[in-house]
Design a protein around this ligand. Sequence first.
Ligand SMILES: [Zn+2]
Length: 540
Amino acid sequence: MYLKEHELLQIDEKFIDRLREQDPDALAGLSIKLVSDLKEALERLNQNPSNSSRPSGSLAPWEKVTQQEDDDKELEENKSRHPESSDVQDDFTDTADAAAQGVINKPQTDSKDKTKRRKPGRQQGAQGFGRTQKFEVTDTLHHPCGFCSVCQADLSAVEKAYTGFQMVNLEFGNTQTPGVRLIVIMHLYYLGLCPKCGLENRTEPWRAPADASDWKNVGLTEWRLIGPDLAALIVYLAMDMRVTRRKIKHFLWDVFGLQLSIGTLQNCIVESARAVEPVEAQLINDLCRESLVFADETSHPEARYRLWLWVFVSSSTALYLVGYRTKEIFNNFLDALADFNGHLMSDGYRLYRAYLKRLRCWAHLLRKAKGLCDSYTLASQTDGQQVQVILNELINAVYQARIGPDGGTVSIAGQHHESLTKLKKLCEAMAVSTHLKTRELGQEFLNDWEAIFRVLDYPAWPLTNNEAERALRHWVILRKISQGTRSPQGSRALALFASVFTTCRLRCSSPLLYLRDTIQRRRQGLTIPDLPLIPSMVAA
Ligand SMILES: [Zn+2]
């Protein structure tokens, strides 16, 4: 680089005009230096792990997904998944059906993908690996008929076991004999011909009816090799501990001497997701009663599609959704939460403006003001500094109000009328600036003015969207480890487990036990247990 930052700052149109008149040779020399610097800067900008020493982790998720693909091609495909949208980011069509079903509206995968891409897992024609491990049965559980279902005759003398299966499960110890051990339970189902009326009575493991939509080919039944406690542990390791499927396989073998294939583990995780699905209705119901909900979204690759993981979180409840970052998801969320009358905290993403009772995260605004201070235009630097000064003054006022006698429950907007007027004038000037970032920040303030300064009416409200960002952090790390999900079912499972785990943590309760109870009950066709409550919710 020829030119240093402070030199570049002094070079503007006036400087060049002056140089042209006074010393044309120097101007030519400057041009050469500028071109050289520009090329070098562009090269740095275009550096990626494939052409430099940048680590692969520095690549954004969508770059990984679409690196090999032509952008236009992807857009075409996105359109085919969203036939009526002309722009995947902005446009949408309101699907009332989807809203009626719930909040999720995720496009289905193209059937053409299956022919184009190699399916993960065992390929057709490849040698399969059957179960070779033999278990020693530790306990037998009988499922007798007892009495004839028509005439109530006693069948105990005539009925016999006609089918059964082995279930591997965990048994947790108690205070006298602590520890956890693997148990194998033989489940036996009985058949008996009624001596009185001749009816053939028999017991059967419960099976959920086939699901045509989200859970195609995901059976929910008692007839499972993996018992509910073990299933809960597998999900817990995969989601809460972020252990890869392969590592879980090794763990189960090393610790329990249990051989399970990665496919079996994956099926167990997806089945458990189907088991917890009804929890979403409870979460929505709980969110509706909150006075403040934080919202945020982060990118999430599903196979080769770029989707978004959304979170809506309060102090005691979290709801996660995976889908396109379109109005569709947000509007479906608002439809589902039609009874919600609290405030929504968000960043500046304009979709959130659809909700009127909104608070804005100031951290984003301060960052953007800092960005202006670091720009190469003097006027923008001054604007950025002025915005920073006023925002910092207001932040201090909010903090003071919170520790004051009213505890931040009384408006301080009136006291800071002058600063607000000054800021508004500044933003109006910034909104017509020729510098892009300055113009954008000015417009952002003006567009979102009420939401940004609503906190001055009630300083006890938060200034940042930290809660939502914190709620996403764990799942962002999981995304980096797992490279996202591979199917719509995988994404759905991720969102459901994220909701359950985060909500249980927020309520200081064990997600492992809740998950175990849920899987156990749902495999028997029973209703889902209630989510644990915290004292403030019980009082409400
Ligand atoms: Zn009978």
